[in-house]
Design a protein around this ligand. Structure first.
Ligand SMILES: Cc1cc2nc3c(=O)[nH]c(=O)nc-3n(C[C@H](O)[C@H](O)[C@H](O)COP(=O)(O)O)c2cc1C
Length: 265
C-alpha cells in the first residue's frame, strides 16, 4: 500500500485572518484524501525544541500577515535564518537548507501565502521574503497566494505597545484580547489610569483612509472588515487543491509549473 501523502501548513497569524486561509488549505488536503499538520508560528514556537522536519511531508506551506511591508517577524526568527544556530528542517541535516540525502528536496513542494490590509504591492515583497526563506531551507516553491484580511487599527496597536511596554508585534494580539477581556491576566498590572488609556486606545477608529489617487496601490476597501470572506477562502481551497492535483494526481511526468493567485481587491 502506498504511504499516505501529507501536507504541512506553517502559519503566523495575529488576529486570525491568515489562519483562516491556512484552514482553507487544510480543507484542500482533506479533499484529496491527504493528512496535514497545521503548525502555528508565534513567539513561543521553537523548532529546535519541538522539531518539524520537511522530510515527513510532500507539500509545505508557509503563511503570514503582512506587517510593516514584510512577513511577521516571528517567521524569520522561527525559521532560523536570523538566529545564530538555526534549526535543522531536514532529518540529519548538517546545515538548515541541506537535506540529509534520504529525501530529494525537489519532491517536497512549497507554497507561500499572505493576507494584507493595505498595499497589494506589499504582498509581493512579503511573499518574496517567505519564498526566499523556504528556498534557503532547500524547498522548491511552486505557488503563491494572497488575499485581503481585515485589520485592527495601526494607531491602536502603537498606543497599546506604548502603554504595555511591548513591541508592536506583541501589542497587536493585546488589542484584540483587551477588547474581548480587559480582566485577562495580561492586564493585571494596569491601574485605573492604565485601563482608561487602554480603553481609549482600543476604541480608536480604523486608520486607513482611502487615499485619493492611490487607488492602484492601496487595496480598495471592499468590505475589508469581513475579509477573508467566503470567496477568498474558496479561492484558497481551490488554489491549493489545484496545485496538489496537478503535481500529484494529473501528471505522469513531473513538469515545471507555478500557481499564483493574488487578489486585486
Ligand atoms: C502591526 C501591524 C502591521 C501591519 N502592517 C501592514 C502593512 O504594512 N501592509 C499591509 O497591507 N497590511 C498591514 N497590516 C494588516 C495585516 O497584514 C492584515 O490585517 C492581516 O490580514 C492580518 O492577518 P492576521 O489576522 O493573520 O494577523 C498590519 C497589521 C498589523 C497588526
Amino acid at each position: 500500500m502506498a504511504i499516505k501523502k501529507k501536507g504541512l501548513i506553517m502559519v503566523a497569524s495575529v488576529t486570525g485572518n491568515t489562519y483562516r486561509v491556512a484552514k482553507a488549505f487544510g480543507k484542500a488536503f482533506e479533499n484529496v484524501g491527504w493528512e496535514y499538520d497545521l503548525v502555528k508560528i508565534d513567539k513561543n514556537t521553537n523548532f529546535k525544541k519541538d522539531p518539524v522536519y520537511f522530510d515527513d511531508y510532500d507539500f509545505v506551506c508557509l503563511g503570514s500577515p503582512i506587517m510593516a511591508g514584510l512577513p511577521a517577524p516571528a517567521i524569520g526568527r522561527v525559521l532560523g535564518l536570523t538566529q545564530p544556530e538555526p534549526p535543522r528542517m531536514w532529518k540529519g541535516a548538517m546545515m538548515p537548507g541541506m537535506p540529509s540525502g534520504d529525501v530529494d528536496p525537489n519532491d517536497v513542494k512549497g507554497v507561500v501565502f499572505a493576507t494584507y490590509a493595505g498595499a497589494i504591492r506589499e504582498a509581493y515583497s512579503t511573499l518574496a521574503v517567505e519564498k526566499q526563506y523556504l528556498e534557503c531551507l532547500g524547498l522548491k516553491i511552486v505557488g503563491e497566494f494572497s488575499c485581503p484580511g481585515g485589520e485592527i487599527s495601526h494607531m491602536a496597536v502603537d498606543r497599546v505597545s506604548a502603554i504595555m511596554g511591548v513591541q508592536v508585534e506583541n501589542a497587536a494580539p493585546l488589542v484584540q484580547l483587551y477588547k474581548e477581556n480587559p480582566h485577562a491576566p495580561e492586564f493585571a498590572k494596569l491601574d485605573e489610569e492604565g485601563h482608561k488609556k487602554m480603553q481609549e486606545a482600543v476604541a480608536d477608529p480604523r486608520d486607513m483612509p482611502d487615499y485619493e489617487g492611490m487607488e492602484h496601490f492601496i487595496a480598495p476597501k471592499y468590505d475589508l472588515e469581513n475579509r477573508p470572506n467566503d470567496r477568498d477562502l474558496l479561492m484558497a481551497e481551490y488554489f491549493m487543491q489545484n496545485l496538489i492535483q496537478d503535481f500529484f494526481f494529473n501528471r505522469k511526468k513531473p513538469q515545471e509549473t507555478y500557481g499564483e493567485y493574488l487578489c486585486i481587491g
